[in-house]
Design a protein around this ligand. Structure first.
Ligand code: NAP
Length: 247
């Protein structure tokens, strides 16, 4: 474990369930010594996650945030830095899937998915860059999905929003890389072995078999590996999938 230094801060936007990717990212960053701010809409779930991190000896703070609201995102990042320190790492993980056939899809469904999967990522990206530019360093990493690069019904709205987020990420990487900010995209190409799917579709885990779903801590390893890359060899995009996934 790295030396603890309370001056180094991470933020995970889109955290709640302990057994979710957001939870795993927060635990991992805190284990590496970063004071980790966890952001989601549900105080109780964030408090439970903070409790877990603190029980392991890490430092974490819960900030209730709706990432689709500019004022919430600004408040979150201001809070993360209000004792000074440096914003080392931000992960944008919000973007839970919803599906619908196109003809049944109303306007709000389409727009809300875009707000969550893309617009929230833009807000978090913009506010993070604003705070990292004076430092001349920092990583901003985004969670992608199969849908980031492939649209299939009934996930058309989700795919359009995830692909749009990918566009934001690629543009940001090219705009800010030379100023020391590492922007990265992790395409999660498969089902995550976490609460999102295991509570709603418990049959998937059995159907997929051993290591047929992505382990949340293994994905968190991939995020961390991007953050610690040497600046002479940065990755913009990484894909991760179970070894037996068709692709
Ligand atoms: N699950 C999969 O199989 C899978 C596969 C490929 C890619 N992904 C990607 O992985 C990411 C999610 O990981 P996960 O599925 O393991 O879920 P997770 O990390 O357990 O959950 C994400 C969290 O985002 C929070 N959230 C939702 N809307 C929000 C908002 N408006 N503002 C702030 N926070 C919000 C939710 O908490 P609240 O509801 O309490 O706000 C939730 O706890 C997404 O980007 C998704 O596209 C998932």
């Amino acid at each position: 474990m790295a030396q603890r230094d309370v001056g180094h801060v991470a933020v995970v936007v889109g955290a709640g369930a302990s057994r979710g990717l957001g939870g795993a990212l927060a635990r991992r960053f805190a284990r590496e010594g970063l004071h980790t701010f966890v952001a989601g809409r549900t105080q109780e779930r964030l408090d439970a996650l903070v409790g877990e991190i603190e029980a392991e000896g890490g430092q974490a703070t819960a900030v209730v945030t709706d990432t689709t609201q500019s004022r919430d995102v600004i408040r979150l990042l201001d809070r993360a830095l209000d004792e000074g320190g440096s914003l080392d790492l931000v992960a944008y993980n919000a973007g839970n899937n919803r599906f619908s056939g196109l003809l049944d899809m109303d306007d709000d469904f389409f727009e809300e998915l875009w707000r969550l999967c893309c617009f929230g990522g833009f807000l978090v990206g913009r506010e993070s860059v604003r705070r990292m530019l004076p430092q001349g360093s920092g990583s901003i990493l985004f969670t992608g999905a199969t849908a980031s690069i492939r649209a299939r019904p009934p996930f058309t709205a989700f795919a359009s929003a995830k692909a749009a987020l990918r566009g934001v990420v690629h543009g940001m990487a090219r705009e800010f890389g030379k100023q020391g900010i590492h922007v990265g995209h992790v395409i999660v190409d498969g089902m995550i072995d976490g609460d999102q799917l295991n509570t709603r579709f418990p049959q998937f885990k059995q159907e997929k078999g051993e290591n047929g779903m992505l382990d949340i801590d293994a994905i968190a390893d991939a995020f961390w590996s991007l953050h610690v890359q040497h600046p002479s060899a940065w990755t913009l995009e990484l894909d991760v999938r179970p070894y037996k996934e068709q692709f």
